[in-house]
Design a protein around this ligand. Structure first.
Ligand SMILES: Cc1cc2nc3c(=O)[nH]c(=O)nc-3n(C[C@H](O)[C@H](O)[C@H](O)COP(=O)(O)OP(=O)(O)OC[C@H]3O[C@@H](n4cnc5c(N)ncnc54)[C@H](O)[C@@H]3O)c2cc1C
Length: 486
C-alpha cells in the first residue's frame, strides 16, 4: 500500500504527486479518466465519441435540460491540463483582498515563478503577427481600450495548427502529464490507477481507506459512474484533488455514506461552505463577424489579453471546443434572432476568415453563487446563473462594432445561460481546509490540493493560481525549510 493516495491528477493532484514522490514517499494516483500519453490516441476532432472521454459536463444532459448554468472540466491523467488552452496569467494584486492572512500577490509570486518555469510558460514572440490578435488590437484601439499584451502560454515550439484543445497532437502544449506527472513517474514511486472514481474516504483503524468504483464500465462521461463493485486502497495520507465540482461532493459523501463494518467516518468539520462559494471566473464570450481578415482558427486558443482591472478580454479562437460546440450563437436576420436558415448559413460561410470572438475572464458582481451537492454519487450543480463582470460585454461588443462588424448573441444574451470552464472554490480555505497546509479541519492527514480551496475569484484564467497555491501548500505539508507560515 502507498504512503499517500492522491485523488485526481489535474493541476493540484499532479503537483502533490510530484512533491511527495520527490520527497521519497510512494504515491498512488486514483483518477476517473484515462491515460493519454500514447500519441496514437490523439485526434484533432470534435467527435463526441472522443470529446466526452476528455471532458466532464455539469449537468451532463444540458443539451436537453437547457439549464442556466453549465460547467465543463477536463478528465484523464493530467486532468484539466490535457484540454486547457495553456494560458498562465497571475491574479492581480487586488484579487487577494479578503483571502486568509499571508495570501498576497507578492507572497505568491515565487510560487507562480516555480510553476511557470516547470511548465515552460512564455509569450510567443510573434503573437501580433497573427491576424486574430492583430485585428483584436486594432479593434481595441478603435474602441478606446488599452492595447492587448501577449498571453503567457505553457507551450514550446507551437506549430500554430489551432488544435490545443483537445490535447496537442504534437506534444507542444506542456501539460501536467508532460511535466509534473512525468517527474513523479521518473522517481519510480508513483502508481497510477486510471478509470477509477472515488466514492468516499473513511477511516479503517489508523489508516484512510479510499473506496472507489471502476469507470471503465462506460465508454465516456466517466464522471457519472455511481454504481458497481467497490474496491479500495489505503494509506496514512490522502490528498483530494478532484477540482471544484468533485472534491466538495466527495467530502459530502464521506460525511454521509453508510459505511461497512470496521470502517469509521472521517471527523466532522464545519460544512457551511462545503460545496459553496464556487466562482465562475467570468468566462463569457462575445462574437461576431468583422470585415477584416481574422484567420480566426490559426494560432493558440487565446493569444493576447487586455487588462481591465477586475477582468481581462482575450482574443478567442473559433474552433468550437468544449461548451462552444454545444452552445450556439444567434444573429438577427429579418428582424428575428435566428440560429438556422439559409441566411444564417450564409453568414457563417466565411467564419474562418471573418469571425472574431472575445473572451471575458473576471470578477462577476454576483460572485461565487454556484454550488454543488452530492446527488446519489454524482455532482449536482446549482441552477442560478452568475453575472458577467460589469461593463465587460459592452467593451467586448465595442471591439467588434468599432471594426465595422456585426455582433451575434451568445447563450447569455439569448437565454441567460452562464457557461464556464474556470470554476474555483467549493472547499474554501479558512472554513473547510486550513489555509496553511490545506488539511481538512479536524482530519490530520486528509488534505485538499486543487482549485476548490481558492476562497474567492482570481479574476483571471485560474490554473496558474491553483498551481502556485498547490506548490505553496506542498512546501508546508512536506516541512520544507523556509516554508511559509501562512
Ligand atoms: C477547454 C478548457 C480550457 C481551459 N483553458 C484554461 C487556460 O488556458 N488557462 C487556465 O488557467 N485554465 C484553463 N482551464 C481551466 C483549468 O483546466 C482548470 O482551472 C484546472 O484544470 C483546475 O485544476 P484542478 O487541479 O482544480 O482540477 P482538474 O484539473 O479538473 O483535475 C481534477 C481531476 O480529478 C479527477 N477526479 C475528479 N473527481 C474524481 C473522483 N471522485 N475520483 C477520481 N478522480 C476524480 C478528474 O477526472 C480530473 O482529472 C480550461 C478548462 C477547460 C475545460
Amino acid at each position: 500500500m502507498p504512503d499517500v493516495i492522491v485523488i485526481g491528477s489535474g493541476f493540484g493532484g499532479s503537483i502533490a504527486a510530484k512533491r511527495f514522490t520527490q520527497a521519497g514517499k510512494s504515491v498512488a494516483i486514483v483518477e476517473l479518466g484515462e491515460r493519454w500519453e500514447d500519441p496514437a490516441k490523439l485526434q484533432q476532432s470534435q467527435d463526441t465519441k472522443y470529446i466526452l472521454r476528455l471532458f466532464r459536463d455539469y449537468p451532463v444532459n444540458y443539451l436537453q435540460s437547457k439549464p442556466k448554468l453549465v460547467v465543463t472540466q477536463g478528465m484523464g491523467f493530467g486532468g484539466g491540463s490535457l484540454v486547457y488552452s495553456g494560458i498562465h496569467l497571475r491574479a492581480p494584486t487586488h484579487a487577494f483582498t479578503g483571502w486568509p492572512a499571508g495570501y498576497t500577490r507578492a507572497n505568491l509570486d515565487p510560487f507562480y515563478s516555480r510553476v511557470e518555469q516547470r511548465l515552460g510558460v512564455a509569450t510567443m514572440a510573434d503573437t501580433f503577427s497573427f491576424r486574430r490578435p492583430s485585428v483584436f488590437a486594432q479593434g481595441a484601439a478603435l474602441a478606446g481600450l488599452p492595447a492587448p499584451v501577449a498571453n503567457p502560454l505553457a507551450m514550446t515550439n507551437c506549430v500554430r495548427c489551432g488544435w490545443c484543445v483537445p490535447i496537442c497532437k504534437f506534444g507542444r502544449k506542456n501539460t501536467m502529464q508532460h511535466t509534473y506527472l512525468a517527474d513523479a513517474l521518473a522517481t519510480g514511486l508513483l502508481s497510477v490507477y486510471t478509470n477509477r472514481k472515488v466514492k468516499y474516504i473513511a477511516k479503517y483503524g489508523s489508516k484512510y481507506r479510499v473506496v472507489y468504483w471502476k469507470t471503465d464500465i462506460r465508454a465516456d462521461n466517466y464522471h457519472i459512474v455511481n454504481s458497481g463493485s467497490l474496491y479500495y486502497l489505503e494509506a496514512d495520507k490522502v490528498v483530494i484533488a478532484g477540482g471544484s465540482m468533485e472534491s466538495p461532493v466527495l467530502l459530502q459523501r464521506s460525511l454521509t455514506e453508510p459505511l461497512p463494518t470496521g470502517y469509521t467516518r472521517i471527523t466532522s468539520f464545519s460544512t457551511t461552505d462545503l460545496g459553496k462559494r464556487i466562482d465562475g471566473t467570468g468566462d463569457f464570450a462575445v462574437g461576431g463577424f468583422v470585415p477584416q481578415q481574422v484567420d480566426t482558427y490559426k494560432g493558440a486558443i487565446m493569444m493576447s489579453n487586455i487588462d481591465m482591472g477586475d477582468y481581462v478580454l482575450e482574443d478567442l479562437h473559433a474552433i468550437p471546443v468544449g461548451p462552444g460546440v454545444k452552445l450556439e450563437a444567434a444573429f438577427t436576420l429579418g428582424g428575428k434572432d435566428r440560429t438556422w436558415g439559409l441566411e444564417y448559413k450564409q453568414r457563417y460561410k466565411d467564419f474562418g476568415r471573418n469571425m472574431l470572438l472575445v473572451g471575458v475572464m473576471g470578477k462577476s458582481p454576483s460572485g461565487s453563487n454556484m454550488s454543488v451537492t452530492n446527488d446519489n454519487g454524482n455532482a449536482k450543480l446549482s441552477t442560478t446563473a452568475f453575472q458577467p463582470p460589469p461593463g465587460s460585454l459592452e467593451a467586448a461588443r465595442n471591439i467588434i462594432t468599432s471594426l465595422g462588424g456585426v455582433v451575434g448573441k451568445g447563450p447569455w444574451e439569448r437565454s441567460g445561460i452562464a457557461a464556464t470552464v474556470h470554476p474555483t472554490g467549493g472547499c474554501p480555505m479558512g472554513t473547510v481546509v486550513r489555509p496553511t497546509d490545506m488539511q481538512v479541519y479536524n482530519n490530520p492527514g486528509l488534505h485538499v490540493v486543487d482549485g476548490s480551496v481558492l476562497p474567492g475569484t482570481v479574476m483571471r484564467n485560474p490554473s496558474n493560481t491553483i498551481a502556485a497555491v498547490a506548490e505553496k501548500a506542498m512546501d508546508v505539508i512536506l516541512g520544507v525549510p523556509g516554508a511559509p507560515t501562512w
